[in-house]
Design a protein around this ligand. Structure first.
Ligand code: COA
Length: 337
């Protein structure tokens, strides 16, 4: 047995409500939190983001993921019954139990699959794609559904102006299929790493088994995102550059020969700094953060989906995906479309 894995379909979904910087600033001002469009745009590159409507079953994390998955299946020409494996990357699941993978399996009708969640924060989609690649290349799995989907608005601390303006809700999905050993279209290489020593610079401390949610935790917003923005920024630029280089070096592809770069969409200034370090011109960088904000594990699959549907990414082209997130977690994955 000697197989490759290739992505054959992509899909994405967003909640209906899109909130501009101006609208967000107006909303936050009601609670005495000051911000403005100019600051957000200049420091992050974000113009608007989508938020799920709380309590609306059509906009649960797994429901957005279901919509994205149906689109990916349609592009791949597959049915839900064709899926053997569902890997759902998320840090904002619908429920602690069962997994979002299982909620998605039920909603999609993927009755022949086994489903699981993968938690690696904003790096989750690349960790999941790496896992699917290995399962397919080993011969265990023929067709995998890999999802990155989040409703980050549920864990945003609305009184912290430096983090609350960054995040949004979205779902992205890809179908990954077995391909022959000589397939040109394939996942070429991937590199993952994490450093748990750096947990403190981006975390949500309450809501797990150490500190279940209590009225005290709610009052102190300990169940919401806490972030040291500048520290995250610094590590992000360093690790994104390092992991992109690892992938290109291993595949012996120069930055001139790379066709597309899809970095985690956290902050335009981070992306520009990384592209500069790597000598990748910005016209090769796929961006969607202006209209979505940082959607954690959903940034890369939604950006990929948009670029594929716009006809930017063409057969035979190379695409480098590059991520970082809470943990800290890092990773890159290079594929040929
Ligand atoms: N609106 C207006 N002013 C704001 C603001 C907001 N939303 N948020 C912070 N400020 C203010 C600060 O209070 C500070 O004011 P001061 O100088 O009077 O104290 C000033 O802007 C600069 O704050 P600072 O935190 O130093 O800004 P920054 O240039 O580092 O930008 C981030 C802040 C969060 C945009 C930036 O650090 C960042 O993007 N970090 C990475 C975050 C990230 O990617 N997280 C997700 C990882 S997956």
């Amino acid at each position: 047995m000697n197989y490759n894995a290739k992505v054959t379909g992509t899909g994405s979904a967003f909640p209906k409500k899109s909130v501009s910087n101006e609208e967000l600033a107006k909303q936050l001002a009601k609670d005495g939190i000051e911000t403005n469009h100019e600051w957000i745009l200049e420091r992050t590159g974000i113009v608007s983001r989508h938020y799920s409507e709380t309590g609306n079953p059509d906009e649960f994390n797994s429901s957005l993921a279901c919509l994205a998955s149906q689109k990916a299946l349609q592009m791949a020409g597959k049915t839900p019954e064709d899926i053997d494996q569902i890997i759902f990357a998320t840090c904002t699941p619908d429920t602690p139990l069962p997994s979002n993978g299982c909620w998605l399996q039920k909603k999609l009708g993927a009755k022949n699959a086994y489903a699981m969640d993968l938690v690696a924060a904003c790096s989750g989609f690349i960790y999941a794609l790496n896992t699917a690649d290995q399962a397919i290349r080993s011969g265990d799995v023929k067709t995998s559904l890999v999802v990155g989907s989040e409703t980050l608005s549920s864990m945003t601390n609305w009184s912290d102006r430096s983090s609350c303006v960054l995040f949004g809700d979205a779902a992205g999905a890809v179908i990954v299929e077995r391909a022959p050993a000589d397939s040109q279209s394939k996942i070429i290489t991937s590199h993952l790493q994490s450093d748990g020593n750096l947990w403190e610079i981006l975390h949500v401390i309450a809501g797990g088994s150490n500190e279940p949610v209590s009225s005290e935790a709610l009052k102190q917003k300990r169940n919401k995102i806490q972030m040291q923005g500048r520290e995250v920024f610094k590590h992000a630029v360093r690790t994104l550059s390092q992991f992109a280089t690892k992938a290109l070096d291993e595949a012996k592809i120069s930055h001139e020969d790379l066709d597309w770069f899809i970095p985690h969409q956290a902050n335009l200034r981070i992306i520009e700094a990384v592209a500069k370090r790597l000598n990748i011109p910005m016209n090769k960088v796929i961006l969607n953060l202006d209209k979505c904000g940082n959607t954690s594990s959903a940034t890369v699959p939604t950006a990929l989906d948009e670029a594929v549907r716009q006809g930017k990414i063409k057969s035979g082209q190379t695409v480098l995906m590059d991520v970082f997130g809470a943990g800290l977690t890092y990773g890159s994955l290079l594929l040929r479309w």
